[in-house]
Design a protein around this ligand. Sequence first.
Ligand SMILES: Nc1ncnc2c1ncn2[C@@H]1O[C@H](COP(=O)(O)OP(=O)(O)OP(=O)(O)O)[C@@H](O)[C@H]1O
Ligand SMILES: [Mg+2]
Length: 282
Amino acid sequence: MTLATLDVMPSLCCRALGKTYPGGKQPALVDVNLDIAPNEFVTLVGASGCGKSTLLRCMAGLERHDQGELRVCGQPIAGPGPDRAMVFQHYSLYPWLTVIENIRFVRRLSAHTRDRSSSDVEAASGRADALLRLMGLDAVRDAYPNQLSGGMQQRVAIARALMSAPPILLMDEPFGALDAQTREVMHDLIAHVHRQERSTIVFVTHDVEEALYLGHRVVLMAPRPGRIDTIYPVPLPARRNQDMKLAPEFLALKREILERIRDTSGMKTDLELLEKLSQAAA
Ligand SMILES: Nc1ncnc2c1ncn2[C@@H]1O[C@H](COP(=O)(O)OP(=O)(O)OP(=O)(O)O)[C@@H](O)[C@H]1O
Ligand SMILES: [Mg+2]
């Protein structure tokens, strides 16, 4: 899918987007052009500092761009909104609420803003319970965040973001703190949520395999200044399974993207320096 062939109103639309932080020597983002279709799953990868989080935070309305245009469903983004939920790189829970209270928190907020029938309340409570079970958090339902491991806290944060069934889900390295086993389960869970709820997902990761397994397109960004380097359509059926990670086209694309990240990062393993380090230690 390219800018030219997208014939529906994009969920998110970036046109010549740019941002420089106050005092920043290089722009964090320059000339970002990206249309994300409704129900598309786009993953962002790239070397550290290439602007992935900045782009996501601009989409969330948490950061203001200073050049170009950024629209959500055709409307300029003026700030955060209920149409977009964000899961941060570092989990952020309310420490004074239990697991289930944290998950239901969004609903509690919306209860103040509109009238709700008892069936609304029941449906919300059913969704919270289902998310709790899907995330494997049943046993810690009434625990407080400081009693949980980092991975568990992140799963609560994901459940909370999914609670309001947001049309657009923005996720910044949401599975970075999870072990490999839980990560695989979360991949299939998020793919299921994406299919069922037809949400649009923008997902930042350092893990190229994760980016390819989840994404319809992988957007590779490059640093100094932060920009889009290449957009790779993923040549896999929409419905993925773990075996596809071993398919030759999957492995070939993974290698290509990894090489490109290495080339654009400006960081290389310096064997000579490593040798000096071990000589100095001897
Ligand atoms: N609040 C801020 N104030 C000033 N500069 C910032 C701020 N946040 C990010 N930057 C700078 O903007 C650039 C892009 O940062 P950003 O966090 O978006 O990168 P990233 O791709 O998410 O990196 P990582 O993979 O390490 O999370 C970096 O040069 C960073 O130093
Ligand atoms: Mg980041």
